[in-house]
Design a protein around this ligand. Structure first.
Ligand code: KG4
Ligand code: ZN
Length: 366
């Protein structure tokens, strides 16, 4: 494994990521091109623009990762690429690049599931290795909390996942982003900015409805699924009612900030409570199916949120689970997680032979 060099490519949303990892997980080189500044004016990621951004960045990002690793593409052992889920137009750019390199240098190709990569990166041994480091082993419970997904999963092994719950409408990341917009936050994604705003607020000033607490669907009420759209709408109604009146009464900027911060704090509080309540139930279900489960892995962009982490740490404690999040740098979309998930799949023989150079039969389903 020590002489393996795997290139990982990520392009499922708005970050173009590439990394070269040694078989044991040592990061040899990585590069990330963010599209910050491109999507702000549209209030969300625009697939066409994102695709253009990836097309512009992909060659340089891959080259940069290889340059930092001090390697040429000919020296690679294999190529791993995110094939989904994500924006089709964007995934295509990374997949094309991966196919091209794999065909050119006769390298095996590993298809990587984006969410599995978010989860698997917690098994990547950090460098330097902290004393007593233990990689989360299977079976484990994963909570995926990102912009695109919101899932509680029991994982028995690579590619062996049981979905215990997912969202019936928005993901928690989407709810953070949409609520941020309602509160006048213009940066994309708005989630981390909403967290910052919420720090200045008091979560008790407003009472927002607890999601799924009034549904007539008993299975939904007692299950592990999530719902965030009602909460988002409740925030919009609250803002429409309260904030214009704040403007009309010519509130000083400071007071307006405080008014918004109170709403942000109330939203975050209820969102985190809902997340944790359902996560706790999912943990209970998972432990029934696999009593030897010891780990709660929390992955995806929203895992960067401090309140989310705090709440989930309590859930882990309640079920005697050990919680593990990727380091914040690897919580966002990146090439490292794809390369590492690729290595884990590679080890199990889950790869494809090098694609043909003519390109005639080069097709990777997205
Ligand atoms: O995993 P990720 O980078 O991309 C995918 O969606 O796959 O997650 C991005 C999401 C966005 O919705 C972003 O607002 C959210 O993660 N996020 C946060 C925080 N940091 C990132 N949400 C709340 N608080 C944060 N600190
Ligand atoms: Zn992601």
């Amino acid at each position: 494994r020590l002489d393996w060099c795997i290139l990982g490519i990520e392009s499922s949303c708005d970050d173009t990521g590439a990394a070269v990892l040694r078989g044991d997980g040592k990061i040899l080189g990585e590069a990330l091109a963010s599209q910050a500044g491109i999507h702000e004016q549209w209030g969300g990621v625009v697939p066409r623009l994102a695709q253009e951004g990836h097309k512009k960045a992909i060659d340089e990002t891959v080259e940069e990762a290889l340059r930092r690793a001090g390697l040429s593409a000919a020296e690679l052992t294999g190529v791993a690429v995110t094939v989904g889920p994500g924006l089709g137009l964007c995934l295509e750019v990374g997949v094309r690049k991966a196919l091209h390199i794999a065909a050119e240098y006769r390298l095996p190709l590993v298809r990587v599931h984006h969410m599995e990569a978010h989860m698997m990166v917690t098994r990547l041994p950090p460098s330097p290795l902290p004393e007593g480091f233990a990689a989360p082993d299977f079976p484990l419970i994963t909570l995926l909390v990102s912009g695109g997904h919101n899932m509680a999963v029991l994982t028995r092994g690579v590619g062996q996942h049981i979905i215990l719950g997912s969202t019936i409408d928005d993901s928690i990341g989407e709810a953070f982003d949409k609520t941020a917009r309602v509160l006048g936050i213009t940066q994309v994604p708005g989630g981390p900015h909403l967290e910052r705003l919420a720090k200045d607020g008091d979560p008790k000033v407003h009472v927002l409805p607890r999601p799924l607490s009034k549904t007539r669907d008993k299975a939904l009420m007692d299950g592990c699924d999530y719902s965030f759209s009602g909460l988002k709408t409740a925030v919009r109604t609250l803002v429409e009612k309260q904030l214009p009146s704040a403007k009309a009464s010519a509130l000083a900027e400071e007071d307006l900030h405080k008014a918004k911060a109170d709403v942000a704090a109330a939203f975050q509080n209820v969102a985190v409570q809902h997340l944790c309540e359902r996560a706790s139930r999912a943990a209970g279900w998972a432990m029934e199916l696999e009593p030897s489960t010891k780990w709660l892995v929390v992955a995806g962009g929203v895992a960067a949120n401090k309140e989310v982490r705090k709440g989930l740490e309590e859930v882990a404690e309640e079920h005697s689970l050990q919680m593990r999040c990727p380091p914040p740098r690897l919580c966002v979309d990146n090439g490292v997680m794809v390369a590492w998930a690729g290595i884990e799949r590679f080890l199990l023989g889950l790869y494809e032979e090098p694609p043909s150079k003519t390109g005639a039969d080069n097709h990777v389903e997205i």
